[in-house]
Design a binder for this molecule. Sequence first.
Ligand SMILES: Nc1ncnc2c1ncn2[C@@H]1O[C@H](COP(=O)(O)OP(=O)(O)OP(=O)(O)O)[C@@H](O)[C@H]1O
Ligand SMILES: Nc1ncnc2c1ncn2[C@@H]1O[C@H](COP(=O)(O)OP(=O)(O)OP(=O)(O)O)[C@@H](O)[C@H]1O
Ligand SMILES: [Mg+2]
Ligand SMILES: [Mg+2]
Lengths: 272, 272
Amino acid sequence: SPRVVALMNQKGGVGKTTTAVNLGAALGRMGYRVLLLDLDPQAHLTLYLGVDPEELEATIYDLLVDDEVKAEDIRQNIEGYDKLDVLPADVSLAGVESELADKVVTGAAQSVLRTKVRPIAKEYDFILLDCPPSLGLLTINALTLAKEVIVPMQAHFLALQGMGKLFETITMLRQGFNPSLLVAGIVLCMHEGQTILAGEVIGDLEGFLEGARGTDEPWAQAKIFEPPIRRNIKLAESPSFGQSIFDYDGGCNGAQDYMKLAESVANHELVW
Amino acid sequence: SPRVVALMNQKGGVGKTTTAVNLGAALGRMGYRVLLLDLDPQAHLTLYLGVDPEELEATIYDLLVDDEVKAEDIRQNIEGYDKLDVLPADVSLAGVESELADKVVTGAAQSVLRTKVRPIAKEYDFILLDCPPSLGLLTINALTLAKEVIVPMQAHFLALQGMGKLFETITMLRQGFNPSLLVAGIVLCMHEGQTILAGEVIGDLEGFLEGARGTDEPWAQAKIFEPPIRRNIKLAESPSFGQSIFDYDGGCNGAQDYMKLAESVANHELVW
Ligand SMILES: Nc1ncnc2c1ncn2[C@@H]1O[C@H](COP(=O)(O)OP(=O)(O)OP(=O)(O)O)[C@@H](O)[C@H]1O
Ligand SMILES: Nc1ncnc2c1ncn2[C@@H]1O[C@H](COP(=O)(O)OP(=O)(O)OP(=O)(O)O)[C@@H](O)[C@H]1O
Ligand SMILES: [Mg+2]
Ligand SMILES: [Mg+2]
């Protein structure tokens, strides 16, 4: 059965979408069968891969609010890979919280994505979930479906502040909807390794993770994945061509970093 | 009466908080009386200015949900300025949407901030509102209180995608809660002017804004403010010291850019 990984961080603009697309594409190039889910009403993952949300008849919004709609009805195939598919989003996804409000108390609103993705999950080796910059219902649906969490972040002070709340949310999910949810690790994005700030933030993170080793915290097996993803303007250019970094400029730093990251992620098997 | 400016963009990590703090501090150094509001449950503006949200007895959350709490009860003064105050946030602000859900249909939920800030507004020349990366109730409260909107953004492809939705939201606010709301302009943040991507994005933006000149669109008077704020690691370091860029490193590019931006903003008076 597939590894199901949520790319989550309520801090905005840290590299969640860029990591979901390019880690996914790298795993695809390694021969894994990959499904990407766009759970952000901004539909940036969908746009990044060159899919026009306005031309789609149905998206993840319909999957979540319409009992008749199945995952395979909305699935889009990305050309050039053995099996790289996406469940696309569009702006109407912003309305899902109010649409499902009366189903929150029973837990149906939080687990609808898990129910809808389960029938196609076994076709894949990796399922990556791109989350919006919030801890609302869409992120909760991702954490209910996911088996593991990867946290994209920048080695900046403000980004570090939210980690406590992020880990607290994961602990709460384990109490209710998803008792086996684990944190796989942290991916450093837009990394400027030579700065003092980066060194300090990484020191803080490593100290925190080392302190949890051997405990039963959900992040006891988490690590900072190597390599960090260096800041590289090609990664900001590739979405405007609707291409992953590999199709846009396969030789650049961004492509090298994400390919190595994919190998690290593939090799970091968590123990439940 | 004060200029009331919302720093908003639903795209995450574009420089909203960094701009609210440092534009505010620059206006303060120019002698203006400035009030900053932190409307993000991440409480990043509060943290940036060295205020610890966990030590506060009451924050903007209490202002919004408790009829007894007044703005002056939660106001914090920032030392070193004639008059630079902040209405701080804390994580409990994330609960405000559900707390006020039954007041949405009447419009009370969307206008509570305007009601609560009105009594102290006349003490200030500028009131800056830092918004979270979403178009939910907190941002709507900001747009109901504000007279003008400044959009911090990066000159990146993904950031450009959300402008349509952002402007659509402003148009909708004008139909209901705030008929005189206008877009003052765009601030380019973390700017890397030498990249082709930046040139293309700026070209798109300028074309769009020039096309609206003379129309009755809310962005007919909007411009791209000069100068762009250059990428500068000191701007990412200063929050870890709880200081604005001027107190942290007054001679750096970041301090120069924000001081010049403050002059541009102060001189760009909209006509209603
Ligand atoms: N390594 C990198 N080097 C340069 N630019 C990058 C890099 N990674 C991402 N970017 C750019 O930085 C911006 C933020 O990245 P991205 O949109 O992936 O973050 P996000 O966490 O998904 O944002 P949001 O919180 O809005 O969903 C984008 O414009 C993206 O193109
Ligand atoms: N000009 C700049 N140069 C370098 N780093 C910057 C600059 N402006 C902001 N930053 C850093 O980039 C990150 C994003 O900025 P900031 O937090 O202000 O964005 P935001 O739009 O408020 O994010 P959110 O959507 O999460 O509220 C922060 O870590 C900040 O320190
Ligand atoms: Mg994203
Ligand atoms: Mg912010």
